[in-house]
Write a new protein. Structure first.
Length: 195
């Protein structure tokens, strides 16, 4: 259990006399006409069966930007049950992993990442197909990866960057749904050494 008291500075948690500010003093945001959060995925014979890649749109202003990763505004989505952020050091590689049951929903909005996917599913119409994506700040995207599709992620940039995963199942530390192979396993027809 977190010790909340230890996380709050006593100076910042003190009560301070207020000049009487209320909710009525705040101006509501004006309605905005937004571009679609993401373009609808086009069916493609170039994608591994069940994989989708959705373009994400960053909404910028002078302070920075905001990028929606998942929303039901444009239709239903699989429930959000677990969300985590992964930090990747420059040049780092996280490969190879796959899941038996869960879909990964990886959102890339910072840095520059190369993501390789390889279909090993028995009976899949795209068995042995390889997909490689470059996603990040210049090309933000949400990549949905089905169970039993092997994948690896490489930070191509010169800075530490991060991505977010919203998998479709809750992580269970007593029974993790994650399987691993060594990065240089010769049975995967892809090398992160190649640029």
């Amino acid at each position: 259990m977190l010790d909340v008291a230890a996380m709050i500075s006593p100076i910042k948690s003190a009560f301070v006399a207020s000049p009487g500010v209320t909710l009525a003093d705040f101006e509501p945001d004006a309605p905005r006409l937004l571009a679609p959060v993401r373009a609808a995925p086009a069916p493609s014979s170039d994608l591994i069966d069940g994989v989708t890649v959705l373009a994400l749109t960053a909404h910028s202003d002078p302070r920075g930007s905001l990028c929606e990763l998942l929303t039901t505004r444009e239709g239903s989505i699989e429930p959000i049950v677990h969300v985590y952020q992964v930090t990747a050091l420059p040049g780092s590689i996280r490969a190879w992993v796959c899941h038996r049951r869960q879909y990964d929903r990886l959102a890339f909005v910072s840095g520059q990442f190369r993501i390789a996917l390889y279909d090993i599913r028995p009976g899949s119409p795209t068995r042995t197909m390889l997909n490689v994506f470059i996603l990040g700040r210049e090309r933000p995207g949400l990549l949905r990866i089905p169970p039993q599709v092997v994948h690896g992620v490489q930070n191509l940039g010169g800075e530490t960057a991060s991505f977010v995963n919203c998998p479709t199942t809750v992580y269970d530390p007593s029974n993790p749904d994650k399987c691993r192979l060594l990065e240089r396993d010769p049975r995967i027809p892809f090398s992160f050494d190649e640029r």
